[in-house]
Ligand binder design. Structure first.
Ligand code: ATP
Ligand code: BTN
Length: 234
């Protein structure tokens, strides 16, 4: 699955590089810094020195359930962190949280027959810009020690490979229970914001497609993974 690796000191966005260039399936690009790191909907992804930023190319035909890819990748990240004794959670549908703050974000985009997946993990940053400071965390800030980026990346890839292979073979239902076991806000009262709607209810479950089941006053709603944001009602 991961065949060829390019490790750059700096680029605009590893995501754009793989989308625009003609790289074969299985290519991975890592950058130590990104000038134009981005999240979903073109939101900025803060990509200063210290973080781990990478993207890789998958074959569209191997992953028919496209919407669930960020959940599968988030699971791979959490399960790898668990081997390091770090208990992170998946914030449905595309983030990893630690101590109530964002540790990592995942982005999956289609580009012709390719799927380009991007991952940003806050590894060794010691501070964040003021606008995201209260909502962000790095592994170094959480554990009080620095992490070797190469070792971390190599261990993470082994985990991601295993999860993605299981998911490609058996579909999301193959990993559903593992994802469910790591969901942030499960059982809690939440808001879900989409472009034009806001939903409020109890985060009951996810189904075999990874879609969120929200219990509302009007009954259960099933909300597809996609460009939605989840917030706890406080
Ligand atoms: P959330 O609900 O976790 O804030 P979201 O759904 O609103 O996420 P996403 O598209 O998942 O938004 O993530 C992009 C957002 O993440 C940015 O708008 C910014 O607030 C935040 N962010 C940017 N860079 C980082 C970073 N390095 N670490 C943590 N958070 C970041
Ligand atoms: C999100 O939470 O919205 C997803 C963030 C994804 C960030 C990664 S960093 C590597 C790759 N290159 C980018 O420009 N974005 C992704």
């Amino acid at each position: 699955m991961f065949e060829c690796l390019l490790w750059l000191e700096e680029t605009g966005s590893t995501q754009d590089l793989l989308k625009e260039g003609n790289f074969p399936y299985g290519t991975l690009v890592v950058a130590n810094k990104q000038k134009k790191g981005r999240g979903r909907k073109g939101r900025r992804w803060e990509s200063r020195e210290g973080g781990l930023y990478f993207s890789f190319v998958l074959r569209d035909d191997d992953f028919r359930e496209f919407l669930q890819i960020p959940l599968a990748v988030s699971l791979g990240i959490c399960e790898f962190l668990e081997t390091l004794d770090i208990k992170a959670k998946i914030k449905w549908p595309n983030d990893v949280y630690l101590m109530g703050r964002k540790l990592a974000g995942v982005l999956a985009e289609k580009s012709g027959k390719k799927i380009v997946v991007g991952v940003g993990i806050n590894l060794n940053q010691e501070e964040f810009p003021p606008d995201i400071e209260s909502r962000s965390i790095s592994l170094k800030l959480a554990t009080g020690k620095g992490w070797d980026k190469r070792d971390f990346f190599s261990g993470l890839l082994d985990n991601l490979k295993r999860v993605l292979e299981a998911y490609a073979k058996g579909g999301f239902k193959e990993i559903r229970n593992r994802v469910k076991g790591k969901l942030l806000y499960l059982g809690c009262e939440v808001f879900l914001f989409s472009d034009d709607q806001t939903f409020r209810g109890t985060f009951k479950d996810i189904d075999d497609k990874g879609f969120l089941i929200l219990e509302t006053e009007k009954g259960n709603l099933t909300l597809p993974c996609g460009e939605v944001s989840l917030r706890e009602v406080i």
